[in-house]
Write a protein that binds this ligand. Structure first.
Ligand code: EPU
Length: 423
């Protein structure tokens, strides 16, 4: 079992290059199934979720390699269209393979990804959209069995009840080689959707409107392989900025996709940190005296609203702020589980339903805590860096799903953090 040991109280200072984005690498890896040739993905982050996606691809018959942040996937020969349950369980977003496998093979068997650390994660919108495109989908003993009904899947006009990221991705994956035109209304507008579409266009797909709420996909006969560079990870960027804001100090983020970070930066700025963006890809932050609470309620919303994935890390920065900050979590039912750890470290937080009220305290102290989920775990590191004394963080497998060498990055910034292996 591995743990992180963090000793707080040091200011952070330094410059770092952001890792590649987890939440676009995963659908892009799934999309490589559709290409029937070799895809070379650069700036692919070295994460356990990425390796889980590569294992899924391997089990379908793809030849995969990974070295120096470059993943190569050759999907010429697909030998299997069933993903075993143990692989589906390794990664919650494995459901994204459903649209890609349907598009490539016309049939597939996957399993229900199950409830997770953020609460139940239904896939009703994914299923109803794929049905509209001509797929017959049945559930049998936890397995989801999908088969196209006609010769080909066909385009459809789909209006999502909520701009779900995963459902938008599954529809796009299924539509790129379907017959005719697919229109997605109320599509997710997250930058990761644009990255997926950018990759697919490079492989020969005809997609327009990504980044807006109406996406149009015209089906093409076949896609081909390509070389593609994965976008930077805006949530990892938000995490390292929040850590520096919490611990005090200064940081320069390179390769930082400034426009994608803006919904987060405009809230972080209200804490009194000095933030400068020198070009489209550089952010400088300086955090001096005690942060100020954020006056306006922080409401998580689909992009371009404040990202749910940055809620926990911003909260960590506000635990010792001057005044009271109020969060409203609107995306996931169960995304305040990190608050118990913060309270154990001395924070003053009241959670009622989707609201969390954070009253800034003068200081935090170290404690033994467990990561509850990926972003909650990263937020615990942030709180620990600003606390007095030592914090021991368990269940760090959650954190390794999304942050590349996080302890090395924190040390590069001058923080005191070690990974230890315990029996
Ligand atoms: N939802 C439904 N039915 C559906 C699909 C979604 O009710 O068929 C609900 C979900 O239960 C949730 C909400 O809609 O309450 C939003 O879910 P969405 O489908 O947008 O999220 P996702 O695709 O499961 C991705 C990211 C998450 C990120 C969300 C929101 C990946 C791999 N995951 O999840 O990232 O929080 O979008 O932006 O892209 C993370 O990186 O830590 C993470 C959880």
């Amino acid at each position: 079992m591995q743990k992180f040991i963090v000793r707080g109280g040091r200011r952070l200072s330094g410059e770092l290059e952001l890792q590649g984005c987890k939440n676009s690498s995963l659908p892009i890896l799934a999309a490589s199934l559709l290409c029937g040739g070799e895809c070379v993905l650069m700036n692919c982050p070295k994460l356990t979720d990425v390796f889980a996606a590569l294992r899924i691809l391997g089990c379908t018959g793809c030849k995969c390699t990974f070295s120096d942040n470059t993943a190569a996937v050759d999907s010429k020969d697909i030998t299997r269209n069933e993903i075993p349950e143990e692989l589906m369980r390794e990664m919650r977003s494995s459901i994204i393979f459903m649209g890609a496998m349907l598009g490539r093979c016309g049939e597939c068997t996957v399993s229900v990804p199950g409830g997770c650390e953020l609460g139940p994660r239904p896939i009703d919108m994914h299923i109803s959209a794929l049905r509209r495109m001509g797929a017959d989908i049945r559930e049998d003993g936890g397995k989801i069995i999908c088969r196209r009904m006609g010769e080909k899947l066909h385009g459809a006009k789909i209006s999502l009840a909520f701009p779900s990221v995963g459902a938008t991705e599954n529809i796009i994956l299924c539509a790129v080689t379907a017959d005719g035109e697919t229109v997605i209304n109320n599509a997710a507008r997250e930058p990761e959707i644009c990255d997926l579409c950018g990759f697919l266009r490079k492989c020969g797909a005809d997609i327009s409107g990504d980044g807006e709420s109406r996406i149009v996909i015209k089906g093409v006969n076949a896609l081909h392989g390509c070389e593609y560079r994965i976008m930077p990870d805006r949530i990892a960027g938000a995490t390292y900025l929040s850590m520096t804001a919490a611990a005090g100090g200064e940081i320069i983020l390179r390769n930082a996709c400034v426009p994608d970070l803006e919904p987060f930066l405009s809230v972080l700025e209200q804490t009194g940190c000095s933030i400068y963006t020198s070009s489209r890809d550089r952010v400088y932050l300086r955090s001096g005296s005690r942060l100020k609470a954020v006056r306006d309620r922080i409401r998580t919303m689909p992009h371009p609203g404040f990202p749910t994935d940055a809620q926990a890390v911003l909260m960590a920065a506000l635990l010792c702020a001057d005044g009271t900050s109020v969060f409203e979590e609107n995306i996931f039912d169960c995304r305040y589980r990190h608050t118990d750890a913060f309270i154990k470290m001395g924070a003053d937080i009241q959670v009622v339903g989707k609201i969390a009220v954070v009253k800034g305290v003068r200081s935090l102290h170290g404690a033994a805590v467990d990561a509850t989920d990926l972003r909650g775990g990263a937020a615990m590191i942030s709180a620990a860096l600003s606390a007095e004394g030592m914090t021991e963080i368990g269940r760090i497998c959650h954190i390794d799903r999304g942050y590349e060498k996080i302890e090395e990055t924190v040390r590069l910034l001058g923080g005191d953090m070690q990974r230890v292996v315990k029996d």
